[in-house]
Design a protein around this ligand. Structure first.
Ligand SMILES: Cc1cc2nc3c(=O)[nH]c(=O)nc-3n(C[C@H](O)[C@H](O)[C@H](O)COP(=O)(O)OP(=O)(O)OC[C@H]3O[C@@H](n4cnc5c(N)ncnc54)[C@H](O)[C@@H]3O)c2cc1C
Length: 518
């Protein structure tokens, strides 16, 4: 017999290794010895009150064997001789498009400008230590895309539970911890993601797909509004009639290329701001109502904040507890910051993007001349400002949080996790008013919502500018570009995803669309 239960476990009880069996036996009025296993289906922490509670949803197996197999079977076929589907970009969207092609019996040919996960590490070191950005291999470009060296938070607002579960099961199949199947806020961690990504590549190769690194797509050959071929690294052409374009939100050369070729693009609203970094113990003490160290059974605390300021949302984005701020620029001459965490989230700092919504139809009148690329040009200007204010390297401009809000240059800064280093700069006057003044009001409001959050012990670091794509590549109901037959804009770059899971789900959808009629 199998019974599903909700259990509430206090922090003290959680210390007991057998607590779920004991509580299940009590709740079901059965002998502890008759319980053959308790499978956790969902786990979350309720820390709203000082008495912290772990909420569990469990399946209790009574005199029955605990099944170990997953619900999902991935039916990968030998596609070595099958009809090819070309996929540009090997981020979450491209990876899941390729895996889905194999399940459906088509051969994915993946073209990725960056390097494999191993070789990519060297370029990340160069950004952090020599402040040199390889424009094809960095925190955004390379095997696994922008998701590889990230926190690996797997949150999505998608309501399609089945599709989300499928992506999670697939990540577990490729080596992610099965804890992601139960946690209310699952994450993988930057130390574990590269192996998962590498396993996905190995599955693709094993079943006859192709993955070509250091292969940048530089042009599209289009005849009679139909895609015929793609140009690689500025010279040779590869014939292609079904192309999934999954190049992410940082592939500016792709947006420029499409614009020059008069292939329709649209400006898209997005968000920009700064990253704020607190000592983790401050966030822990606020969220867990404790002073000093958090209990060892509690994970580094996170937060989610939102405030409406002068008709625009100001909100926390991609919060990384126990994490690092990283340099996420894709070209020299710009400074862009983002965040990542290891699986244990055990670094000393908590960082989060705090960003302001930018409405491209109302906020950028001076950029109208750039048409569909107006948001992109505005984004570029902010990143150049950060480069100059940081001192023309990957050193980022920063300010104590309280100085930013009060409009004062910081005499000195707090220690940071950001490896290239920080330079004190008057971000309160350098940021465009549209963003800066809303951020200042937003931070004040956040300080009222979370007592202790508004503190001189936090730095703000500029600029968090790549939250989502400032450009949308349109597609019709068949997920094909309305003007170009055979071109399927996909993932975050097209404007159809906002994170690892939604990009992966969109990749699967685009693969299904691309094979239609073949
Ligand atoms: C540091 C950091 C931390 C993040 N943390 C999280 C997180 O914790 N959780 C979360 O959900 N999201 C996170 N994100 C966002 C997430 O990574 C993206 O939403 C996601 O990767 C988008 O997937 P994608 O496949 O659409 O595009 P991308 O991941 O951007 O992949 C696009 C790929 O296309 C390649 N490419 C670009 N142009 C070309 C070309 N011309 N030819 C060939 N290849 C090309 C790029 O090299 C890249 O590998 C983070 C991002 C960063 C940078």
């Amino acid at each position: 017999m199998v019974k599903e239960l909700q259990l509430r476990v206090t922090l003290k009880e959680e210390e007991h290794h057998d607590i779920l069996v004991i509580k299940s036996a009590q709740a079901l009025d059965v002998d502890k010895e008759d319980i053959t296993g308790v499978k956790v289906l969902r786990k979350s922490i309720d820390a709203r009150k000082p008495k912290i509670i772990f909420n569990y949803k469990v399946a209790v197996y009574i005199r029955e064997v605990l099944p170990k197999s997953s619900e999902y079977q991935f039916d990968y076929k030998d596609v070595s001789k099958a009809k090819p589907i070309h996929i540009i970009g090997f981020g979450p969207a491209g990876m899941y498009a390729a895996l889905r092609c194999i399940e459906l019996g088509f051969k994915p040919i993946v073209l990725e400008r960056g390097k494999n996960v191993q070789d990519r590490r060297r370029d990340l070191r160069a950004i952090n230590q020599q402040h040199f950005v390889n424009e094809d291999s960095n925190y955004c470009f390379g095997e696994g895309g922008a998701g590889t060296y990230s926190d690996g938070k797997l949150y999505t607002r998608s309501l399609k539970r089945g599709d989300v579960r499928r992506i999670f099961e697939n990540l577990v199949y490729h080596g992610a911890t099965d804890q992601i199947l139960v946690d209310a806020h699952p994450h993988i961690g930057t130390n574990k993601l590269p192996k998962v990504v590498q396993n996905i590549r190995e599955t693709i190769l094993k079943y006859g797909g192709e993955v070509h690194f250091e292969t940048r797509v530089t042009d599209f050959v289009i005849k009679n509004n139909k895609i015929q071929a793609i140009q690689l690294n500025g010279n040779n052409e590869m014939p292609a009639d079904r192309v999934i374009l999954a190049t992410g939100h940082s592939a500016r050369d792709i947006f420029y290329l499409l614009h020059e070729k008069e292939i329709a693009l649209e400006a898209k609203s997005f968000a920009m701001g700064v990253r704020v970094e607190h000592p983790q113990h401050i966030i822990d003490s606020i969220q867990y109502h404790c002073s000093g160290e958090r209990h060892e059974l509690l994970p580094a605390a996170s937060y989610s904040l939102v405030q409406q300021v002068n008709d625009r949302g100001v909100y926390s984005f991609c919060m990384c507890p126990g994490g690092f701020i990283v340099p996420a620029a894709t070209a020299n001459g710009e400074v862009v910051v983002n965040g990542m965490s290891p699986s244990k989230r055990n670094n000393l700092y908590a960082n989060s993007g705090i960003v302001v919504e930018i409405d491209v139809n109302r906020d950028l009148p001076k950029y109208e001349q750039f048409g569909a690329l107006k948001g992109l040009e505005y984004q570029k200007n902010l990143e150049r400002m950060a480069f100059t204010a940081g001192g023309r390297s990957q050193v980022a401009p920063a300010q104590r949080l309280t100085d930013f809000v009060e409009g004062k240059l910081s005499a000195d800064l707090n220690p940071t996790s950001y490896q290239p280093g920080l330079n004190s700069a008057p971000l309160h006057s350098l940021m465009p008013k549209l963003i800066g003044s809303r951020l200042r009001k937003g931070f004040t409001a956040f300080g009222q919502k979370m007592k202790g959050y508004y503190t001189a012990e936090a730095n703000i670091v500029g600029v968090e500018s790549r939250t989502s794509s400032p450009v949308c590549i349109p597609r019709n109901e068949r997920l094909e570009h309305p003007q170009i037959q055979g071109l399927f804009p996909c993932g975050e770059g097209g404007g159809y995803a906002g994170g690892i899971v939604s990009a992966a789900m969109d990749g699967e959808r685009c693969a299904e669309a691309a094979i239609t009629g073949l």
